[in-house]
Design a protein around this ligand. Structure first.
Ligand code: B16
Ligand code: MG
Length: 217
């Protein structure tokens, strides 16, 4: 059986998590809500709308729909101002060599991201051509931890979920992969991503030997 690989985007391929954090923090502070890295952790992999809902909940605030919409837009405008400054140097260490290795083995590769900006980001850092399927926030209707995003990617690659491997940096994303019955590999801290089948701090920690074993199981 042939293994396929699904990559999350933010926090796995590129370090956009720090841009999301900055933009959410500025937004929260502008409406007098405190926002820390710990709270940010809970927004990883979570859609834009859900993220703002959570922030308002934490701050015990309710807003009229119009204000809600304008804040979401404000956050995205600030976020995109960071994204548009990105270059290939913002690709996380050893991600490109991993993609090259998988390509050399003719492994199908998909993106499974909650972001509506995914295609723009891939283009910005010149990685679009690696992906045989792109499933992002413009197509999914059910947010992680729902497995929809990864199941859709598997379908597009014509791969059984059991033969898919998912790289994820968020708790919600690891849960989504597990629910989809895929092999989950957490990128980040074991203390946060303990539910994953394996956890590595980043791709520099993943040996070619390990990748080869993944492809041959
Ligand atoms: P956007 P991923 C997720 O992307 C991010 O982790 C999350 O922080 C963000 O709110 C979400 O995308 C939506 O992003 O505002 O660009 O549509 O990690 O699933 O690639
Ligand atoms: Mg992520």
């Amino acid at each position: 059986t042939k293994t396929s690989i699904i990559f999350d985007l933010d926090g796995v391929i590129v370090d956009t998590a720090k841009f999301h954090f900055l933009a959410w923090k500025n937004l929260a502070n502008s409406i007098d809500i405190n926002f820390t890295e710990k709270e940010n952790e809970q927004l990883k992999g979570v859609s834009r709308i859900k993220s703002l809902e959570k922030i308002l909940q934490w701050g015990n605030k309710e807003l009229p729909q119009e204000k809600f919409d304008s804040l979401m837009q404000q956050k995205n405008t600030e976020y995109l101002s960071f994204v548009d400054q990105m270059t290939q140097d913002d690709i996380l260490p050893d991600v490109k060599s991993t993609l090259d290795f998988l390509k050399s083995k003719e492994i199908p590769i998909a993106l499974g991201s909650a972001s509506k900006n995914a295609k723009r980001i891939l283009k910005q850092v010149n990685l679009t051509h690696y992906f045989d399927a792109i499933v992002d926030g413009t197509v999914v209707t059910k947010a992680k931890p729902d497995p929809q995003v990864f199941l859709t990617a598997a379908k597009q690659l014509d791969c059984e979920p059991q033969n898919c491997v998912v790289f994820e940096d968020s708790v919600a994303g690891v849960q989504a992969a597990n629910t989809a019955e895929m092999l989950s590999i957490g990128i980040g801290k074991t203390s946060v991503l303990g539910e994953a089948n394996y956890v590595f701090s980043d791709f520099t920690e993943i040996s070619q030997n390990f990748l080869e074993k993944l492809l041959n199981q």
